[in-house]
Design a protein around this ligand. Structure first.
Ligand SMILES: *Cc1c(COP(=O)(O)O)cnc(C)c1O
Length: 215
């Protein structure tokens, strides 16, 4: 994995250190995460507040780890999410941003957030429509306790990595227009294309840990 990321960066004329490998550990036990931590991984992505809730106590000694929420977040779980994650990548409404900001107010620290952008017409996907971005960005920038890092997206899944490219290009342009530095895009099947299009965070599960068990 490390050499594939380094090669993709080099081909794109980019520096390896400008790309973060986010290890996606949904459905894998805390023991697997600890193993990955011991091998040097520091950034972890989890999809469900409740699932991570159960694992985090076992990860208490992984003091340098940062945990990102990459699954959809309902406002009623914002409080808990703000407490247990260092980054929430899936902010998609001003209401959710407001809730997270309020929760952090008592904490005195800022929460790192990203906006999930919905670029495909697939029905079931969450994320903010590109048209709603200016208002959402403004809402987050006015939130004293939130720090906006950038944008995140999930293109429709395809075996063919090249099919993801237009979505990645679009996200990069939206980030540039809004002067946002971070781009969370690319998964096991298409991260090399994402790196070519400017990804700063690639979210990798299967290619690191093998297949997840089915529901
Ligand atoms: C599961 C998941 C990933 C990782 O997917 P793989 O194909 O296993 O690499 C990345 N991002 C999100 C949002 C996910 O839900």
């Amino acid at each position: 994995m490390e050499s594939r990321i380094a090669d993709a960066a080099q081909r794109a004329g980019r520096r390896r250190q400008d790309i973060t490998l986010l290890a996606v550990t949904k459905k894998f036990p805390a023991s697997k995460m600890r193993e990955a931590y011991e091998l040097g991984l520091r950034e972890f992505g989890e999809n469900y507040v409740q699932e991570f809730e159960g694992k985090r106590l076992e990860l208490g000694t992984c003091t340098e780890a940062r945990f990102h929420l990459i699954g959809h977040l309902q406002s009623n779980k914002a409080k808990r999410a703000a407490e247990i994650f260092q980054v929430v990548q899936t902010v998609d409404t001003p209401k959710l941003a407001r809730r997270l900001n309020e929760e952090m107010a008592s904490d005195g620290k800022a929460l790192d957030v990203m906006i999930e952008v919905k670029l495909s017409t697939e029905e079931a996907k969450s994320g903010a429509a590109p048209e709603s971005l200016p208002a959402l960005i403004e809402a987050i920038r006015c939130s004293a306790n939130l720090r906006l890092l950038g944008l995140m997206t999930i293109p429709p899944w395809s075996q063919e990595a090249e099919r993801s490219r237009p979505y990645f290009t679009r996200l990069r342009k939206l980030a540039e227009e809004n002067r946002l530095p971070q781009l969370s895009m690319g998964m096991s099947n298409d991260f090399e294309v994402a790196i070519a299009e400017g990804a700063t965070i690639v979210r990798i599960g299967t290619a690191l840990f093998g297949p997840r068990r089915k529901e």
